[in-house]
Design a binder for this molecule. Structure first.
Ligand SMILES: [Zn+2]
Ligand SMILES: [Zn+2]
Length: 286
């Protein structure tokens, strides 16, 4: 191991210095055992988790990566700003890499295929490695043209730091640990399951060319992103739960925002897509 680097069997390298904040935030969660607990900490932790998860799924994913609905330039910025507080790098970096994932899902060129490169790589390895640090500007030209988004993308560490400082000022170490560190660690690993577990566990309704699965548990944790096979089948849709029983909280919130005129033109999967060729499910044997 070269000093300051972890070298993986594939030859990929992870910089310990660059990854330090990721590990420090994990370690800081342990401080909760030494701090006095208040229920308000837990409530803030969950609220900050769900608000940021909404903006990651609605913003980073359904809007910036897939343009599945329309909104104003002001709300576009709000979505990018709050999603950047999720500490998952910049908006243009995230969306460009995600477009790349759809283009090359589960092929040798896929950034994070668990079937080809294993769970750990698809979950965190690809993000921490030095292989994909640059923003693929050629894949995100439609949003690259906005200077405010370019600024946010470049200084993506600023919003998470501001969030952490606000937590500290509002409630000291206790709120910093619960409201930022614990909330962010849960948010990271929940979001990352869509790159890892939702290509491993679940059911396939549509015979897509990748290994994407529909998984109800992941859909609940990630506000609807667990319907990943639906999503790979028709990624332009603002809703990922295609049928009424497929809970998709992000879509419900987007629908409410559309009633207020904050977002509009929510794209729907056409009927022939919903009812198109489906994977035959094995019959129950008992
Ligand atoms: Zn996928
Ligand atoms: Zn997608």
């Amino acid at each position: 191991m070269a000093l300051g680097w972890i070298t993986l069997r594939s030859g990929d390298r992870i910089s310990l210095v660059r990854s330090l904040p990721f590990f420090v935030v994990h370690l800081a969660c342990l401080a909760a055992f030494f701090l006095k607990f208040h229920w308000s900490y837990l409530i803030v932790c969950l609220a900050v988790y769900y608000v940021r998860m909404f903006f990651v799924t609605a913003g980073y994913h359904r809007y910036f990566s897939h343009r599945s609905f329309k909104t104003s330039r002001a709300f576009q910025f709000v979505m990018a700003l709050v999603a950047t507080m999720s500490t998952q790098k910049g908006v243009l970096w995230w969306a460009a890499n995600h477009r790349h994932h759809h283009r090359y899902s589960d092929t040798d060129d896929d950034l994070h295929s668990p079937t080809l490169r294993g769970f750990l790589w698809s979950h965190v390895g690809w993000i921490l490695s030095d292989r994909y640090t640059e923003t693929r500007v050629e894949l995100i030209g439609d949003f690259q043209k906005y200077p405010e988004l370019r600024w946010l993308n470049k200084y993506h560490v600023v919003p998470p730091v501001v969030l952490g400082v606000c937590m500290f000022l509002a409630g000291g170490w206790g709120l910093l640990v619960w409201g930022y560190c614990i909330s962010t660690v849960i948010l990271w690993h929940s979001s990352f399951t869509i790159n890892s577990l939702s290509h491993i566990f679940g059911r396939r309704r549509y015979p897509t060319t990748d290994t994407s699965k529909n998984n109800a548990l992941l859909a609940l944790i990630t506000m609807g992103e667990g319907w990943h096979n639906n999503h790979h089948h028709y990624m332009a849709s603002a809703r990922q739960g295609f049928f009424w029983w497929e809970i998709d909280v992000t879509y419900y919130v987007l629908k409410m925002l559309s009633w207020c005129g904050v977002v509009w033109d929510l794209r729907q999967p056409p009927r022939h897509i919903l009812l198109g060729a489906q994977v035959a499910q094995p019959l129950a044997t008992d």
